[in-house]
Ligand binder design. Structure first.
Ligand code: AMP
Ligand code: MG
Ligand code: MG
Length: 215
């Protein structure tokens, strides 16, 4: 049990992997792995997992750097569906797990957790814009999230926040699986969230944007 009552009944850890290269990312940068880990907001136990690869539309060939960084193979993305279909699967998965995914914030019973703001502030909106046609009508849940780094920094009283590997190290937690595999990153971020919650941190939302992909 968490020693504090959390503001959400559930949390969904989200960690996108995207097309990249040494130095500058290909334009537009596109999501290639879309993973989530669903956590109870009471016990922080893992309730369910979602993982799908995504076929990039604009730059379908992954760079050697990207293959090496993420461990994702060319075949995995070649066989995957395009982003709008994977997003639809993810929404169905959220709803199938009793999460209230609505157009407005009121009534939602969960929040996303990410490591940094990049996933939902930058990558998700730009991915929606890069689709043909662009994806609109984004549920409010994608405009509000818990950046675990901000809670870690506030709890430790530090201004320089380490990345996921550094936070795990400082908490004495093992980095399991492969760093930069989206699903493994989600599982490791979940461990950090669980640790903070069990040490009295209330995981309030750290960002709330006024609108989804268009804003
Ligand atoms: P992460 O969640 O840290 O695995 O990173 C998410 C995405 O950011 C990766 O899939 C890459 O597109 C990009 N990225 C992460 N680290 C690097 C890096 N060292 N160089 C270039 N791109 C990176
Ligand atoms: Mg990440
Ligand atoms: Mg990652």
């Amino acid at each position: 049990m968490s020693i504090v009552t959390q503001p959400f009944e559930y949390f969904v850890v989200l960690d996108f992997e995207a097309t990249c290269d040494r130095g500058k990312a290909p334009g537009p940068q596109e999501i290639i792995e879309y993973p989530s880990v669903l956590l109870s907001g009471e016990t922080f136990d893992v309730i369910n997992e979602f993982r799908s690869f995504v076929r990039p539309l604009h730059n379908p060939r992954l760079t050697p750097f990207c293959l090496e960084l993420t461990g994702i193979t060319q075949q995995q993305v070649d066989q995957a569906r395009l982003f709008p279909d994977v997003l639809a699967d993810h929404l169905a998965w959220l709803r199938g797990n009793n999460l209230r995914v609505t157009s407005q914030g009121s009534g939602a019973n969960f929040a996303f957790i990410s490591c940094g703001d990049w996933d939902l502030l930058k990558m998700f909106p730009s991915q929606c814009r890069a689709c043909l046609p662009p994806v609109g009508d984004i549920p409010h849940a994608f405009s509000r999230w818990v950046n675990i780094k901000k809670h870690f920094a506030a709890w430790r009283g530090v201004t320089k926040v380490p990345g996921m590997a550094g936070m795990l190290r400082k908490l004495g937690l093992e980095l399991t699986g492969r760093h930069h595999s989206g699903i493994d990153d989600c599982r490791n971020i979940a461990k950090i969230a669980r640790y903070l919650a069990k040490n009295g941190v209330t995981l309030t939302a750290t960002s709330e944007q006024s609108s989804g992909a268009d804003g």
